[in-house]
Design a binder for this molecule. Structure first.
Ligand code: VIB
Length: 200
């Protein structure tokens, strides 16, 4: 059987950014180049970018790449799947030796950028998954993010850096609460021409 989960606690994210702009190619490639990725394993192809490493660096790099693209003021959408507990292989395990100091934080922490997102949390392997999900939705609210109920996901409105910080906290807490394999999906939009919650 090849598809068993591994034992490493390496985290990862498969993510893409979608700039709604003619120069989408430059925006994507510039954003990927501007960010310090030296504490993660990273690979980009024509569909997505995969980062693997310790939780703080996976969130640092993915949020910094989104913010680098969004500072062009173009409408940018980020879509990411974060996972911990089922690496399936050991790619990037060497990056687990890095310390926790985030390399891009000083560049992004002061950027104010209103965003609208949806996120879904999947605490696989352990306990009362609905209790964990509801607890973590309240966790986002407690961190100052505007939370709205929906089906299959939860809407989040707030400053990009704060929303990513909240999501990182939720991800860590979910793992700590006993979920042996945690998956979290996030879709975040910035600079949309649509009015909040509207379709035009
Ligand atoms: C973060 C991220 N990584 C990879 C892609 C896939 N992609 C689509 S267009 C393009 C530029 C070169 O053609 C690339 C790399 C993405 N969208 N976002």
């Amino acid at each position: 059987m090849d598809n068993v989960c591994g034992t490493s606690r390496i985290a990862g994210c498969s993510f893409s950014i979608y700039p709604m702009a003619d120069k989408f190619k430059e925006i994507i490639l510039d954003a990927l180049n501007q960010v310090d990725t030296s504490k993660v394993w990273m690979e980009t192809d024509d569909v997505t970018t995969l980062v693997r490493g310790r939780i703080p660096h996976v969130f640092d790099v993915t949020s910094a790449i989104f913010l680098a693209a969004a500072k062009t003021d173009e409408h940018i959408v980020f879509n990411g799947t974060y996972s911990i507990g089922c690496p399936g292989d050991s790619t990037g395990d060497v990056y687990m030796a890095e310390d926790e100091t985030k390399l891009n934080m000083s560049n992004i922490k002061d950027i104010r950028l209103e965003t609208a997102s949806k996120f879904s949390l999947y605490p696989l392997g352990g306990g009362n998954y609905m209790d964990t999900i509801y607890t973590q939705i309240e966790n986002m609210r407690a961190q100052g993010i505007t939370v709205s109920k929906s089906h299959y996901s939860t809407r989040l409105d707030g400053n990009a850096y704060d929303v990513f910080a909240g999501l990182e906290h939720v991800f860590i807490e979910t793992e700590a609460s006993g979920s042996s394999h945690t998956v979290m999906t996030v879709t975040m939009s910035a600079n949309s021409p649509s009015a909040k919650g509207a379709i035009q």
